[in-house]
Write a protein that binds this ligand. Structure first.
Ligand code: OSB
Ligand code: MG
Length: 374
């Protein structure tokens, strides 16, 4: 199909949304989440939406909300605005002159995917090649002040139907924590995410985790490491899942070649957008490496993109795409994202498949700026 997008106006907003409770990991804690929403308007008046997932502090990757805004304003928008775009895959090609800054790139690239699908009046999931009518969902539980509070979160998650529980671990809150969880919940599908807080010096400790029947351990070693994870995987029964280390197709290729992991967590924002995420998905499918869709505590727009991506066939494991009410009192889309019996149903509406809750977005906006094509 010959189709032309031409973006004449972009609005970037900074939103501030309070989470129901703080989300704590081995690297830090968030409660008042600040992030970007990008609205890209085409010449014909249609609007596509993207969400910037970089945090205020560069603890997960090197990007921050402010560096994303800077890179979008000074480099990415000028490359895109007023240009004819025939397919969103072109966007990542155009961005290839800018090194990394993947979350900034994804903010704009996902808005263009939404626009592309809306222009054809098809769901984004369909535009991406996804076939599923519903996607399986798990939940990620941050580090809790007490075991009792952790059990309560696990109870709530099981009650809500989530298909697997992920807990965050860190040195001093690992063996004892998993031991405690396994005593209470011997059979619950469980995994642990270390967010890069161990080294190969912790080999013995990591091997001890093998006894807890974890589905996988996520990112035990360095955030950029692919080599040491291969050494670790060869000495661990528990499958390693890489998150932080996979920032591109080439990283995924290296991890597969070296045997650095048995599972991959794909986050479209960490790899620069939906096109790159799909390439990594396809590569993993070819090598029979199972993948699942990670989360970045997104509000509804970012989540909707993640859910659409999860409809691709090789997303065989439940993703970290908990429903709207899990983190938020009120989401920025309608209807809100709901989880039923552990699944999210895929919307048949065009684009991301959810309407924008404009009044909520206005209330959460702390700053905004409009850019027009020259
Ligand atoms: O490592 O997967 C992670 C949240 C922020 C940063 C990194 C991670 C996470 C999560 C949350 O685990 C998943 C979610 O969005 O619900
Ligand atoms: Mg992770």
């Amino acid at each position: 199909m010959s189709l032309k997008l031409n973006i004449e106006q972009v609005k970037i907003r900074q939103l501030k949304m309070r989470m129901k409770s703080p989300f704590k990991t081995s690297f830090g804690s968030v409660q008042d989440k600040q992030f970007l929403i990008l609205e890209a308007r085409d010449r014909d008046g249609l609007t596509g939406y993207g969400e910037g997932v970089a945090f205020e502090v560069p603890w997960y990757t090197e990007e921050t909300m402010k560096t994303s805004w800077h890179v979008l304003e000074d480099f990415l928008l000028p490359l895109i605005m007023g240009k004819e775009i025939h397919h969103p895959d072109m966007v990542s090609e155009i961005f290839s002159s800018i090194r990394r800054n993947n979350m900034a790139k994804a903010t704009l690239e996902t808005a263009i995917w939404d626009l592309y699908a809306k222009k054809q009046s098809i769901p984004l999931a369909t535009a991406l090649g996804g076939q599923k009518e519903k996607v399986a969902v798990g939940v990620s539980i941050g580090i809790q002040p007490t075991h009792r509070q952790l059990y309560q979160k696990i109870e709530d998650a099981l009650e809500a139907g989530y298909q697997r529980i992920k807990v965050k671990i860190k040195p001093g809150e690992d063996i004892a924590l998993l031991n405690a969880i396994r005593n209470e919940y011997p059979d619950v599908p469980l995994m642990a995410d270390a967010n890069s807080c161990y080294t190969l010096n912790d080999l013995a400790l990591l091997q001890e985790l093998d006894q807890y029947g974890l589905l996988m351990i996520e990112q035990p070693l360095g955030a950029n490491d692919i080599v040491q994870h291969a050494k670790l995987q060869s000495q661990l029964k528990t499958p390693i899942c890489l998150d932080e280390s996979i920032t591109s197709y080439e990283d995924a290729e290296a991890a597969i070649d070296l045997g650095s992991c048995k599972v991959m967590n794909i986050k479209y924002a960490r790899v620069g957008g939906l096109t790159e995420a799909k390439r990594i998905h396809d590569l993993c499918a070819k090598h029979e490496m199972e993948v699942w869709c990670g989360g970045m505590l997104e509000a509804g727009i970012g989540r909707a993109h993640a859910i659409a991506l999860s409809t691709l066939a090789n997303f065989t494991l439940p993703g970290d795409t908990a429903g709207s009410t899990h983190y938020w009192e009120e989401d920025i889309i309608t209807p809100e994202i709901t989880v039923e019996n552990g699944y999210i149903s895929i919307s048949k509406e065009p684009g991301i498949g959810y309407e924008i809750n404009h009044s909520a977005i206005e209330r959460y906006t702390v700053k905004e700026k409009v850019y027009r094509a020259k």
